[in-house]
Design a protein around this ligand. Sequence first.
Ligand SMILES: O=C(O)CCC(=O)C(=O)O
Length: 287
Amino acid sequence: MAVRRSSALDDFLFDLNGYLVLENAVNEELLSRLNAEFDAFPQHIDRGEWYRGAQRRDYTPETGFELHQAVAAGRPFEELVDHPSWFGLVSHYAGEEDSYVAGVCIDESIASIRTAGGHHPVHSGGYRGAVRGQYRHTHGVFRCGQVNIILALTDIGPGDGATMVVPGSHKSNLPHPLAGGCDGDRIDTLPGAVEVHLRRGDALLFVDGLMHGGSSRVNPGERRVLIYRYGPIWAASRFGYAYDQAWLDTLTPLRRGVLQPVPPVRTGDPIRSETGSTQRELLESGT
Ligand SMILES: O=C(O)CCC(=O)C(=O)O
C-alpha cells in the first residue's frame, strides 16, 4: 500500500477545521484480525490489571473498557504504528519536519470499547491549551504537539457514541461558554460540536488541541475504536508507560523507533550517536 502524503487540500482542511476523515484507511483483512483481538479481550478485568503488555485504565467510569499501551496487546496492533494511510500525515503535522528532531513517537495507544450509556467528556480546545496538544503552523511548517488517530473497528453512526469535535476550536482564543454547562460534561448538545460518523476501517485524524469528546452511546452493542496519539520524538508517556526491551527488539526498526525514538543512555554507556536512518528513510525503504 502506498504511503499517503498530505495534499494541499488536506493541509487546508486540517488547518481550517483541526481534523480530517481518512476513509477506508484500514482494509478488511487487518480489521478482522484487530476485531478478533478485541473479541479475546478479558473485559472482566479491573482497572489497573494487565493483559499482555497493556493495562486497563479507563479514563473515567463512563468511558468504559480502555486498554492503554494497546500497541503491546497483540501483533495486529503493531501494524498500526506506521500504517501507510496516516503515518505520512501525522509525521507531517506533528513530526517537527525540517528540524533536527524530525520524526514522531506514540505517547499513548488505547483500545476502547463503549457500550450503552458510555461517553467521553468534552475537553481540550485552543483556549489556554497545553503545549502538548497545541496546534501550530508557522514559517511554512506544522508544529503540532499531538495528533490523534481514532480508527473505527465498527460502524459508528447516530446513537453509536461517535467522537464529536468543534471544528476550528483548536484556534479558539475564548473559552466555550457552555462547555461543562450542557448536561454536565457530556458533549452531545454542545453548540458547535458535530458528530464524526465513520464506517469500520475509516480513521479520524485530529490535533489534540481541538475541542472534542465522545458522544453518549445509546444503541446496544459495542463501539470499538483504537486511539493512537502521535507527538514529536521528544514527547514522553503521560502516565509513564515504558515498553519491555525484549518486545521492542521484535519490532521493525521503524516501529521500534516510533515507540522508543530516543533509547535511554544509562551511567557507564558509551556516547550514542545521533546518526542513523531517519523515520522518513525507513518508511520509504519499507523497513
Ligand atoms: O472516545 C471518543 O470518542 C473520544 C476520545 C477522546 O476524547 C480522547 O481520547 O481524548
